[in-house]
Ligand binder design. Structure first.
Ligand code: MLT
Length: 238
């Protein structure tokens, strides 16, 4: 089960669905409000998204799954580990971090939430999401990510910004994790840099860290072959 980042949708996992579904059941839900999922009327919280994932596992009659998330999807994965640990048989944390927002970061998220509710878009975040290599190549990846970001609904974007601002520190959750975990990070990730990944890997009782070269914050989109190979090797190990 792969959980997408902000402000994207399950469509970000196209290469993973193509590359991994020969050997595995690959489930890529739209987190609430994004893609084809309803936002609902709960207060903004990453925990609500994690409860949605547990409910989806119930609906699919799956006791357990290897759950992975990229960035915001990683925050949801850590909330799932905190709230529904028995549903996990392994964890993948890609381009994400266990630390909470600083007060400055939380204030910035509130400003972004207000801006999108006022009709603004999030396209100015694209250069930050991509690594220098993807930006220099100016290839299809940039256009694809702009398309995904441009499709993000305003209400969901504001809701998710507020949910992320309220998320707690997850280092204790990682320390208590009883299943194997894979941490992945692009070496050009500017949003959640390598140091954040190293800190998570260090906290995990059974963690391994893979740094992918020439990838930014969206490693699964920017370097799909390496990302898929890394995930495949981990799943084989499990
Ligand atoms: C994401 O890619 O999900 C976001 O950049 C996460 C964040 O804003 O912390």
């Amino acid at each position: 089960m792969l959980l997408h980042g902000f402000p994207l949708s399950s469509a970000m996992w196209l290469a993973q669905r193509e590359g991994l579904s020969g050997d595995h059941q690959v489930i890529t839900p739209d987190l609430r409000g994004f893609g084809g999922s309803r936002l609902g009327d709960d207060e903004p919280s990453i925990d609500a998204m994690a409860d949605d994932v547990a409910e989806l596992l119930d609906t699919l009659s799956l006791d357990k799954a290897v759950v992975g998330g990229l960035s915001m999807g990683g925050y949801v994965t850590m909330a799932l580990a905190r709230r529904h640990p028995s549903r996990l048989s392994g964890v993948i944390l890609a381009d994400t971090k266990a630390s909470p927002d600083t007060p400055e970061a939380a204030a910035n998220r509130e400003a972004v939430a207000r801006r999108v509710l006022d009709g603004g878009d999030l396209l100015d975040s694209v250069p930050n999401l991509l690594g220098a290599t993807s930006l220099e190549r100016r290839g299809m990846v940039v256009g694809r990510v702009r398309g995904l970001v441009g499709a993000a609904p305003a209400q969901a974007s504001a809701w998710a910004q507020r949910a992320m601002a309220a998320r707690p520190d997850s280092f204790d959750t990682l320390r208590a994790l009883s299943v194997p975990a894979l941490v992945i990070v692009g070496d050009e990730d500017k949003v959640t840099p390598v140091a954040d990944a190293e800190a998570m890997a260090k906290a995990l009782p059974d963690g391994r860290l893979v740094v992918i070269g020439r990838a930014g914050h969206l490693s699964a989109i920017e370097t799909p072959e390496t990302f898929n190979r890394t995930v495949s090797a981990f799943l084989k190990e499990l």
